[in-house]
Write a protein that binds this ligand. Structure first.
Ligand SMILES: Nc1ncnc2c1ncn2[C@@H]1O[C@H](COP(=O)(O)OP(=O)(O)O)[C@@H](O)[C@H]1O
Ligand SMILES: [Mg+2]
Length: 254
Protein backbone atom coordinates (compact mmCIF):
# COMPACT_ATOMS: atom_id res chain seq x y z
CA UNK A 1 0.00 0.00 0.00
CA UNK A 2 1.21 3.49 -0.79
CA UNK A 3 2.07 5.56 2.22
CA UNK A 4 0.14 8.84 2.17
CA UNK A 5 2.43 11.75 1.41
CA UNK A 6 0.59 14.89 2.49
CA UNK A 7 1.37 18.14 0.75
CA UNK A 8 0.76 19.99 4.02
CA UNK A 9 1.12 18.62 7.49
CA UNK A 10 0.15 20.62 10.53
CA UNK A 11 1.34 19.28 13.84
CA UNK A 12 0.20 20.46 17.28
CA UNK A 13 -0.13 24.03 16.09
CA UNK A 14 -1.03 26.41 18.91
CA UNK A 15 -1.25 30.17 19.28
CA UNK A 16 -1.70 32.23 22.40
CA UNK A 17 -2.00 35.97 21.76
CA UNK A 18 -0.66 38.11 24.56
CA UNK A 19 -1.93 41.63 24.93
CA UNK A 20 -2.50 44.14 27.73
CA UNK A 21 -5.90 42.57 28.36
CA UNK A 22 -4.26 39.21 28.98
CA UNK A 23 -3.65 36.00 27.09
CA UNK A 24 -6.04 34.59 24.49
CA UNK A 25 -5.53 30.96 23.55
CA UNK A 26 -6.83 31.21 19.99
CA UNK A 27 -5.71 27.83 18.69
CA UNK A 28 -4.94 24.68 20.65
CA UNK A 29 -2.85 21.85 19.21
CA UNK A 30 -4.28 21.74 15.71
CA UNK A 31 -3.07 18.73 13.75
CA UNK A 32 -4.12 17.75 10.26
CA UNK A 33 -2.73 16.42 7.00
CA UNK A 34 -3.84 17.68 3.63
CA UNK A 35 -3.50 15.25 0.75
CA UNK A 36 -2.64 16.34 -2.77
CA UNK A 37 -5.73 17.27 -4.80
CA UNK A 38 -7.90 17.48 -1.73
CA UNK A 39 -10.22 20.30 -0.70
CA UNK A 40 -10.56 20.66 3.02
CA UNK A 41 -12.90 23.17 4.68
CA UNK A 42 -12.14 24.44 8.15
CA UNK A 43 -15.44 25.44 9.65
CA UNK A 44 -16.25 27.21 12.84
CA UNK A 45 -18.09 30.17 14.31
CA UNK A 46 -16.59 33.67 14.43
CA UNK A 47 -13.68 33.77 16.83
CA UNK A 48 -13.07 30.01 16.60
CA UNK A 49 -9.45 30.43 15.51
CA UNK A 50 -9.74 29.85 11.75
CA UNK A 51 -7.89 32.98 10.65
CA UNK A 52 -5.27 32.35 13.32
CA UNK A 53 -4.69 28.90 11.81
CA UNK A 54 -4.42 30.40 8.33
CA UNK A 55 -1.98 33.10 9.49
CA UNK A 56 0.18 30.45 11.17
CA UNK A 57 0.18 28.32 8.02
CA UNK A 58 1.14 31.37 5.96
CA UNK A 59 3.83 32.36 8.48
CA UNK A 60 2.40 35.82 9.20
CA UNK A 61 2.46 35.13 12.91
CA UNK A 62 4.69 32.93 15.05
CA UNK A 63 3.27 29.78 16.58
CA UNK A 64 3.38 29.35 20.33
CA UNK A 65 3.94 25.69 19.62
CA UNK A 66 3.81 23.28 16.70
CA UNK A 67 4.93 22.83 13.13
CA UNK A 68 3.83 23.54 9.58
CA UNK A 69 5.35 21.08 7.10
CA UNK A 70 5.01 21.62 3.35
CA UNK A 71 6.29 18.95 0.97
CA UNK A 72 8.20 17.36 3.85
CA UNK A 73 9.97 20.57 4.85
CA UNK A 74 9.24 22.54 7.97
CA UNK A 75 8.30 26.16 7.27
CA UNK A 76 9.19 28.90 9.69
CA UNK A 77 7.26 32.08 10.41
CA UNK A 78 8.08 35.08 8.21
CA UNK A 79 9.72 32.92 5.55
CA UNK A 80 8.35 33.18 2.02
CA UNK A 81 5.91 30.51 0.94
CA UNK A 82 6.64 29.68 -2.71
CA UNK A 83 4.06 27.24 -4.01
CA UNK A 84 1.30 28.84 -1.94
CA UNK A 85 -1.60 30.89 -3.26
CA UNK A 86 -3.37 32.95 -0.60
CA UNK A 87 -6.61 34.85 -0.32
CA UNK A 88 -6.84 36.91 2.88
CA UNK A 89 -10.01 37.29 4.91
CA UNK A 90 -10.48 40.93 4.00
CA UNK A 91 -9.17 41.06 0.47
CA UNK A 92 -8.91 44.73 -0.56
CA UNK A 93 -6.78 45.37 -3.62
CA UNK A 94 -5.94 48.90 -4.73
CA UNK A 95 -9.32 50.31 -5.85
CA UNK A 96 -7.74 52.67 -8.38
CA UNK A 97 -6.31 49.93 -10.58
CA UNK A 98 -8.28 48.19 -13.27
CA UNK A 99 -8.82 44.45 -12.92
CA UNK A 100 -6.33 43.84 -15.74
CA UNK A 101 -3.67 46.14 -14.24
CA UNK A 102 -4.00 44.54 -10.83
CA UNK A 103 -3.76 40.95 -12.10
CA UNK A 104 -0.80 41.87 -14.29
CA UNK A 105 0.97 43.29 -11.26
CA UNK A 106 0.17 40.19 -9.19
CA UNK A 107 1.30 37.88 -11.96
CA UNK A 108 4.62 39.73 -12.22
CA UNK A 109 5.06 39.57 -8.44
CA UNK A 110 4.23 35.87 -8.29
CA UNK A 111 6.56 34.68 -11.04
CA UNK A 112 10.15 33.81 -10.19
CA UNK A 113 12.30 36.91 -10.53
CA UNK A 114 14.85 35.11 -12.68
CA UNK A 115 12.33 34.56 -15.44
CA UNK A 116 11.41 37.75 -17.21
CA UNK A 117 8.29 37.23 -19.28
CA UNK A 118 7.89 38.82 -22.67
CA UNK A 119 5.16 41.41 -22.71
CA UNK A 120 2.99 39.25 -24.99
CA UNK A 121 3.36 36.27 -22.65
CA UNK A 122 2.35 38.40 -19.68
CA UNK A 123 -0.79 39.68 -21.36
CA UNK A 124 -1.65 36.15 -22.45
CA UNK A 125 -1.27 34.92 -18.87
CA UNK A 126 -3.38 37.78 -17.54
CA UNK A 127 -6.14 36.86 -20.04
CA UNK A 128 -5.91 33.22 -19.04
CA UNK A 129 -6.20 34.10 -15.36
CA UNK A 130 -9.14 36.44 -15.94
CA UNK A 131 -10.86 33.86 -18.13
CA UNK A 132 -10.47 31.24 -15.45
CA UNK A 133 -12.36 33.33 -12.92
CA UNK A 134 -14.89 34.69 -15.42
CA UNK A 135 -13.55 38.25 -15.20
CA UNK A 136 -12.18 38.66 -18.73
CA UNK A 137 -15.08 40.93 -19.81
CA UNK A 138 -14.24 43.26 -16.92
CA UNK A 139 -10.49 43.63 -17.44
CA UNK A 140 -10.79 47.40 -17.95
CA UNK A 141 -13.11 47.98 -15.01
CA UNK A 142 -11.72 49.72 -11.93
CA UNK A 143 -11.54 47.56 -8.81
CA UNK A 144 -13.55 50.24 -6.97
CA UNK A 145 -16.48 49.59 -9.31
CA UNK A 146 -16.67 45.83 -8.80
CA UNK A 147 -19.38 43.97 -6.90
CA UNK A 148 -18.22 41.98 -3.88
CA UNK A 149 -18.52 38.71 -5.80
CA UNK A 150 -16.41 40.05 -8.66
CA UNK A 151 -13.88 41.30 -6.11
CA UNK A 152 -13.57 37.80 -4.61
CA UNK A 153 -13.10 36.33 -8.07
CA UNK A 154 -10.26 38.81 -8.63
CA UNK A 155 -8.93 37.66 -5.25
CA UNK A 156 -8.94 34.07 -6.42
CA UNK A 157 -7.25 35.08 -9.69
CA UNK A 158 -4.38 36.68 -7.74
CA UNK A 159 -4.17 33.56 -5.55
CA UNK A 160 -3.65 31.35 -8.61
CA UNK A 161 -1.38 33.83 -10.41
CA UNK A 162 1.78 31.98 -9.38
CA UNK A 163 0.33 28.59 -10.38
CA UNK A 164 0.45 27.43 -6.74
CA UNK A 165 0.52 23.84 -5.58
CA UNK A 166 -1.57 24.73 -2.56
CA UNK A 167 -4.23 27.38 -2.07
CA UNK A 168 -5.11 28.80 1.33
CA UNK A 169 -8.35 30.77 1.23
CA UNK A 170 -9.77 32.59 4.24
CA UNK A 171 -13.57 32.91 3.95
CA UNK A 172 -13.66 33.04 0.14
CA UNK A 173 -17.47 33.26 0.05
CA UNK A 174 -18.22 35.47 3.04
CA UNK A 175 -20.26 38.58 2.34
CA UNK A 176 -21.44 37.33 -1.04
CA UNK A 177 -25.05 37.01 -2.14
CA UNK A 178 -26.25 33.50 -3.07
CA UNK A 179 -25.36 33.96 -6.75
CA UNK A 180 -21.89 35.27 -5.94
CA UNK A 181 -21.38 32.39 -3.51
CA UNK A 182 -22.33 29.80 -6.09
CA UNK A 183 -19.99 31.39 -8.62
CA UNK A 184 -17.08 31.22 -6.21
CA UNK A 185 -17.88 27.63 -5.22
CA UNK A 186 -18.13 26.59 -8.88
CA UNK A 187 -14.79 28.29 -9.47
CA UNK A 188 -13.19 26.41 -6.57
CA UNK A 189 -14.63 23.16 -7.90
CA UNK A 190 -13.12 23.84 -11.32
CA UNK A 191 -9.75 24.47 -9.65
CA UNK A 192 -10.12 21.20 -7.79
CA UNK A 193 -10.80 19.45 -11.09
CA UNK A 194 -7.52 20.89 -12.34
CA UNK A 195 -5.83 19.11 -9.45
CA UNK A 196 -5.29 22.07 -7.10
CA UNK A 197 -5.12 21.38 -3.40
CA UNK A 198 -7.20 23.81 -1.37
CA UNK A 199 -7.58 24.57 2.31
CA UNK A 200 -10.21 27.16 3.01
CA UNK A 201 -12.11 28.32 6.03
CA UNK A 202 -15.66 29.46 6.44
CA UNK A 203 -18.23 30.23 9.10
CA UNK A 204 -21.03 29.41 6.65
CA UNK A 205 -21.69 25.74 6.50
CA UNK A 206 -24.31 24.84 3.93
CA UNK A 207 -22.22 26.02 1.02
CA UNK A 208 -19.28 23.78 1.69
CA UNK A 209 -21.10 20.46 1.60
CA UNK A 210 -20.66 20.07 -2.13
CA UNK A 211 -17.15 21.42 -2.15
CA UNK A 212 -15.14 19.63 0.51
CA UNK A 213 -13.59 16.19 0.53
CA UNK A 214 -13.22 16.59 4.27
CA UNK A 215 -14.20 19.14 6.86
CA UNK A 216 -12.53 20.21 10.07
CA UNK A 217 -14.73 21.77 12.72
CA UNK A 218 -13.05 24.23 15.07
CA UNK A 219 -14.75 25.59 18.16
CA UNK A 220 -12.89 27.77 20.67
CA UNK A 221 -9.55 26.93 19.11
CA UNK A 222 -10.07 23.18 19.31
CA UNK A 223 -10.50 20.85 16.38
CA UNK A 224 -13.67 19.01 17.31
CA UNK A 225 -14.05 16.91 14.18
CA UNK A 226 -12.02 16.03 11.11
CA UNK A 227 -13.42 13.82 8.41
CA UNK A 228 -16.03 13.47 5.69
CA UNK A 229 -19.28 15.43 5.82
CA UNK A 230 -21.27 12.16 5.88
CA UNK A 231 -19.37 10.94 8.92
CA UNK A 232 -20.06 14.19 10.72
CA UNK A 233 -23.78 14.00 9.95
CA UNK A 234 -23.97 10.36 11.07
CA UNK A 235 -22.09 11.14 14.29
CA UNK A 236 -24.65 13.81 15.18
CA UNK A 237 -27.68 12.15 13.59
CA UNK A 238 -28.17 15.41 11.71
CA UNK A 239 -29.81 16.01 8.34
CA UNK A 240 -27.43 18.77 7.32
CA UNK A 241 -24.26 20.51 8.42
CA UNK A 242 -26.11 23.36 10.13
CA UNK A 243 -27.96 20.98 12.40
CA UNK A 244 -24.87 18.89 13.12
CA UNK A 245 -22.87 22.02 13.79
CA UNK A 246 -25.42 23.38 16.27
CA UNK A 247 -25.27 20.10 18.15
CA UNK A 248 -21.46 20.17 18.09
CA UNK A 249 -21.26 23.74 19.41
CA UNK A 250 -23.88 22.98 22.07
CA UNK A 251 -22.02 19.97 23.38
CA UNK A 252 -18.84 22.08 23.55
CA UNK A 253 -20.32 25.03 25.41
CA UNK A 254 -22.76 23.27 27.76
N1 LIG B 1 -3.95 39.89 17.28
C1 LIG B 1 -4.75 39.37 18.21
N2 LIG B 1 -4.57 39.69 19.51
C2 LIG B 1 -5.37 39.16 20.47
N3 LIG B 1 -6.39 38.30 20.22
C3 LIG B 1 -6.62 37.97 18.93
C4 LIG B 1 -5.82 38.48 17.86
N4 LIG B 1 -6.28 37.95 16.68
C5 LIG B 1 -7.31 37.16 17.02
N5 LIG B 1 -7.53 37.15 18.35
C6 LIG B 1 -8.53 36.38 19.09
O1 LIG B 1 -8.30 35.02 18.81
C7 LIG B 1 -9.52 34.31 18.66
C8 LIG B 1 -9.58 33.66 17.29
O2 LIG B 1 -9.67 34.66 16.29
P1 LIG B 1 -9.65 34.32 14.72
O3 LIG B 1 -8.54 33.39 14.46
O4 LIG B 1 -9.67 35.61 13.98
O5 LIG B 1 -11.05 33.56 14.56
P2 LIG B 1 -11.95 33.26 13.27
O6 LIG B 1 -11.15 33.52 12.05
O7 LIG B 1 -12.36 31.84 13.43
O8 LIG B 1 -13.13 34.19 13.36
C9 LIG B 1 -10.61 35.33 18.92
O9 LIG B 1 -10.99 35.25 20.28
C10 LIG B 1 -9.94 36.64 18.61
O10 LIG B 1 -10.54 37.69 19.32
MG1 LIG C 1 -11.55 34.71 10.41
Amino acid sequence: MNQPNPILSIKDLSKTYRSREGAVEALTRLSLDLERGEIIGILGPNGAGKTTAVKLIMGFIKATQGQVIFNNEELKAAEPRPGFGYLPENFRPNPNLTVGEYIKMQYNLARPQAIRAKRSETSEMVSTLLNKVGMAPFAKRRIAKLSKGMGQRVGIAQAIAGNPELMILDEPTSGLDPIGKNEVIDLLLSLKNEGKTILFCSHILAEVERLCDRIGIIVDGNLRFLGKVDEFLAQHQAKDLDEGFKKEVKCTTS
